[in-house]
Design a protein around this ligand. Structure first.
Ligand code: GLU
Length: 377
């Protein structure tokens, strides 16, 4: 099938869409781009008539706050960014509220942090809120809660947030609206012959190296963070389109299958939503080094990790924590949730399952990491 038919075929089945807007799309040098936000609302209003549902992930809080305050040098320190976001976020929401309100469509705000997406119960709570909003016909508008996060605990950029939201919401498509056409085969800033890559099947190292740094200077994400987000979406089975945002009818054109932007195809063998959460939302708190037999059983046999296959335990973690699994070549081969804490694990490494009882005095589980909680990389 040629890439146009592939695109049309895939888009024919799309119902729930996450649309991500970068700061460079929702703002101009004078502040919020209300005209653009109205165009987006026009577009989404039309598309909703065809039964589609939309969730928006919008950047722009910091940029809008900075412009409102007239800070010539921008927000430099973290407290300044946080304070600018608190001013800009309410303005951002009022712009969306006004734009969608023209059609009687309500909007709802969700401000998330990494912790919300790491903590399983909070993650599910956020999902329940989203689902309820959608069932009421409301358009959820999501941003990172910039006022309370500092660099070390930040999700980083809204590209990554939008991919995690797409998985959280079981979306059929993620559309990333940005300030360039899509992924190009060379750097368009230095090469005027740069051509759009219409479809990406696999995110190769070459593709990653094609994606340079930030394209616009406003907002945090550049092409490389879009590729990182695309790989999360791809592995979790969500197709993604990266396209230019400041185009009238950008959403309708994208959904009609016209070639605008780059379509990143979902993986043929996707991982479940729960495994996607383990792999992409959690931060490993330690590592287990395993022998070659265990490495093979995990990567080729889809087996659980037993204490007998573990050689060494690194870091300090509680049971239930996420850890990396590392083979004897020092390669990270999996990530998973442990059934025992690091202290317990150190006592049972290399032991037969039956020995766990007498070493610890109890045996909560046979496995160090159960296959259901293990994601092979
Ligand atoms: N959350 C930030 C904001 O609203 C933007 C982060 C990003 O650009 O990715 O300003």
């Amino acid at each position: 099938m040629d890439h146009l038919s592939v695109r049309k075929n895939l888009l024919g089945h799309v119902r729930r869409v996450v649309v991500k807007l970068g700061s460079s799309v929702v703002t101009t040098e004078n502040g919020l781009d209300r005209k653009m936000i109205r165009n987006l609302a026009d577009d989404i209003h039309e598309m909703r008539k065809t039964g589609k549902e939309f969730i928006i992930v919008s950047s722009g809080a910091i940029a809008a706050g900075v412009r409102r305050l007239g800070l010539k040098e921008g927000a430099r320190t973290i407290p300044q960014k946080q304070a600018a976001a608190s001013i800009g976020q309410s303005r951002l929401m009022s712009a969306y509220d006004e734009a969608f309100g023209r059609y009687g469509i309500r909007v709802g705000q969700l401000l998330l942090t990494r912790d919300d997406l790491t903590h399983r119960q909070r993650y599910l709570n956020a999902r329940n809120t989203l689902m309820t909003l959608l069932s009421w016909g409301v358009v959820p508008i999501i941003n990172e809660n910039d006022t309370v996060v500092v660099e070390e605990i930040k999700l980083g950029d809204n590209d990554n947030l939008s991919a995690l939201v797409a998985v959280l919401a079981s979306a059929d498509l993620l559309i990333t609206l940005t300030d360039i056409e899509g992924l190009m085969d060379c750097d368009p800033r230095v090469n005027s012959d740069a051509c759009l890559i219409p479809v990406v099947e696999n995110i190769t190292p070459e593709l990653k190296s094609l994606a340079g740094g930030t394209s616009s200077g406003v907002g945090r994400g550049g092409m490389s963070s879009k590729i990182e987000a695309a790989s999360k979406a791809q592995m979790s089975g969500v197709p993604m389109i990266i396209t230019k945002g400041k185009v009238e009818g950008a959403i309708a054109k994208t959904l009609s299958g016209e070639v605008c932007g780059t379509l990143i195809m979902p993986a043929k063998e996707k991982i479940s939503a729960r495994k996607s959460w383990i792999r992409y939302n959690l931060r490993p708190e330690g590592a287990l080094r395993v022998d070659s037999g265990a490495a093979k059983a995990l990567t080729h046999g889809g087996k659980s990790l037993l204490p007998i296959g573990i050689i060494d335990v690194e870091g300090s973690f509680d049971d239930g924590a996420a850890v990396d699994v590392i083979d004897q070549n020092d390669d990270k081969i999996a990530v998973g949730l442990v059934n025992y804490s690091s202290e317990e694990m150190k006592r049972i490494v290399g032991r037969q399952t039956a020995e766990i009882d007498w070493v610890l005095g109890y045996r909560r589980y046979d496995e160090a990491i159960h296959a259901d909680n293990l994601v092979v990389l």
